[in-house]
Design a protein around this ligand. Sequence first.
Ligand code: GDP
Ligand code: MG
Length: 443
Amino acid sequence: MALDRLGSSLYDALKKVFRAPVIDEETVKELARDIQRTLLQADMNVKLVLEISKRIEDRALKEKVPPGVSRREHVIKVVYEELTRFLGEKPVPLKVEPGKRKIIMLVGIQGSGKTTGAAKLARYFQKRGLKTALVCTDTYRPGAYAQLQQLANRIKIPIYGDPKAKKSAVIASDGLRKFDDYEVVIIDTAGRHKEEKSLIQEMKMLEKAIRPDEVILVIDGTIGQQAAIQAQAFHDATPIGSIFVAKLDGSARGGGALSAVAAIGAPIKFIGTGEKINDIEPFVPSRFVGRLLGMGDLESLIEKVREAEVHLPEKKMRAFLSGRFTLTDMYDQFESMKSLGPLRHILKLVPGLSYNIPDGMMEMAEDRLKKWKVMIESMTPEERDNPKIFTSSRVKRVARGSGTNEKEVKELLKQYSMMKKMMKTLRRKRLPFFGKKFPIPQG
Ligand code: GDP
Ligand code: MG
């Protein structure tokens, strides 16, 4: 399952929470099961997955909900927090001080994405105004220098290398001398090693010669959980190491790779999300989860949940529940949702909907609301308060008066009776969350 698919599946799971009339044990258990299934499909470690789904369930059911927070908000917050924890608690940025030289050495097995990653990192620091250079020490692979040179030329970053030289350590120190007054020097290395052992040996040798400030292990994200083995070996060998997980775009196993690496506590500092030079980003677990879910950070997420639950005076609420719900009341409800912004915006705020509503449909919804207004205005006060009295001749009159047609008037009436029915069900169930807030109608 590619990461975007993973994201939309998690989103679907959350959507159920959002739409459930009541957040009870059954809803929470179903959510935990959905998340479990989704993560397993994304090749995540079984033990980790069971752990996370259990924690979500436990916290959602047992934790006391703080005052002013609905159970629904709380559950979504728990999911968000636990997914974030799953991918590493806090971002670990790669710090570069302007005016001081930072030597970064990239290691990793052949094909993992080192050379591409070196160019991406160079571009990343260049964009941040730092004087950046590249050094190629890969003396094994024919064309290794040419590959990096081509990338470097494209972004106008100076590069040092010597395709004819044999000793990588010598090239590295020559390069470092040449780029003495640079702020970031990124050293690409050979990755001919098939196994971690020799890779780490070479890494240690080069490390002695270069004395880099930071060694970054580049891991191919498509290898899934296997990434943990590489990361662990590396993590054990050097305390200053960090990880760059490449190829997270469209990979079936990216989630597995990320979570496996995060689980061993090796800091993931960057991720590669495509073949292009700009496809790099610092790894920020919470932001990553937010994006995965198609939402922003937790705060904006909770805000969205709140905005989507429209406030309603308690008196009115009680009246609704006792069956006094008129067409005007229904219209007011939609109108008050609209007052939060255009309907398009409001609907987008409802988790789950933004994934499903095509643009054209959103416009229709807004158009429809306008039509409803005109139709309701064309009704007599009796009709608004008691739509039961509608006969076909009344429907005809309203259609004519509002410049709509009978079908549209009937649709409005149908929507009304559906909502009225919903009110009745809500009254019967005596929903705990249904105190001061009015849920956004679905559909
Ligand atoms: P190296 O052998 O470790 O230096 O790996 P390279 O940088 O040469 O990359 C190996 C292959 O992976 C190349 O075809 C790259 O274009 C590709 N690659 C590297 N990073 C990414 C990435 O983030 N996404 C995708 N889709 N491909 C990548
Ligand atoms: Mg290479």
